[in-house]
Write a protein that binds this ligand. Structure first.
Ligand code: DC
Length: 226
């Protein structure tokens, strides 16, 4: 079997990873794996069970009750299946964003999800986005991108996204949430968000989506055609 191509896109919350990765995957014909959605599903599960995201004893006790499935619909949209239930829409709330950031700090959670993420990349050409894809999940990825933007720009984009979905959003609150998550995601002990030495940094603060896509596509094509 030919070696699969893997594109790792890491970066902080609201940098545009999923929008960019989804579009690129469609254009290049690769699978798109949104790993944040997997951590969100874990957070949602424990939320339903009434286990606090910092309660490591509760998490360790009940984690075996959780089964996670990833399915793709005909439009290539990733659906998260939690114990047989499609929770794709339920996991997209500011509360679950925050809980996912906390729950993802536990080694027991990260260990459980590692093989699942690697298995997809063994079978398919993938674009995978998250926080530790280039550093831990796929350290030998074909291309590694570190996608970032200033906290203010990311908060503005996230705010617009929430408002467009009919959810309530206040810029100051969204900015505070993003800064809190940035801190948690970069300061945890296990697999913190950090840029690897072999990733290409793309700061999207002054770029629109089309510019970012063209730029990253260029980086990928140069590497893949070698
Ligand atoms: O990408 P996202 O905002 O949907 O991710 C939600 C949280 O999940 C994020 O704050 C940290 C965690 N996460 C992680 O620890 N590792 C990943 N590869 C992806 C997400």
């Amino acid at each position: 079997m030919a070696k699969k191509i893997s594109i790792a896109i890491d970066g902080p919350a609201g940098a545009g990873k999923s929008t960019i990765a989804r579009r690129l995957a469609k254009e290049l014909g690769y699978y798109y794996v949104d790993t944040g959605a997997i951590y969100r599903t874990v957070a949602y599960f424990f939320d339903l069970w009434g286990v606090a995201p910092k309660d490591i004893d509760g998490i360790t006790r009940y984690i075996d009750e959780l089964t996670i499935g990833i399915e793709y619909d005909e439009d290539g949209v990733q659906h998260m299946i939690m114990n047989g239930m499609d929770v794709t829409d339920d996991i997209r709330t500011p509360d679950i964003s925050q809980k996912a950031s906390l729950v993802s700090a536990h080694a027991v959670v990260r260990d459980m999800l590692l093989d699942m993420q690697r298995d997809v990349a063994k079978e398919h050409d993938v674009i995978m986005d998250g926080r530790d894809i280039g550093t831990v999940v796929l350290p030998k990825a074909t291309v590694k991108i570190f996608l970032t933007a200033s906290p203010e720009v990311r908060a503005r984009r996230r705010c617009d996204e929430l408002l467009a979905k009919g959810q309530k959003a206040k810029y100051e609150q969204v900015l505070a949430d993003i800064q809190k998550r940035d801190y948690q995601d970069t300061h945890r002990e296990v697999a913190p968000l950090k840029m690897c030495r072999d990733s290409v940094k793309v700061d999207t603060s002054d770029m629109d989506i089309e510019q970012v896509i063209a730029h990253i596509k260029d980086i990928i094509e140069k590497k893949v055609s070698k």
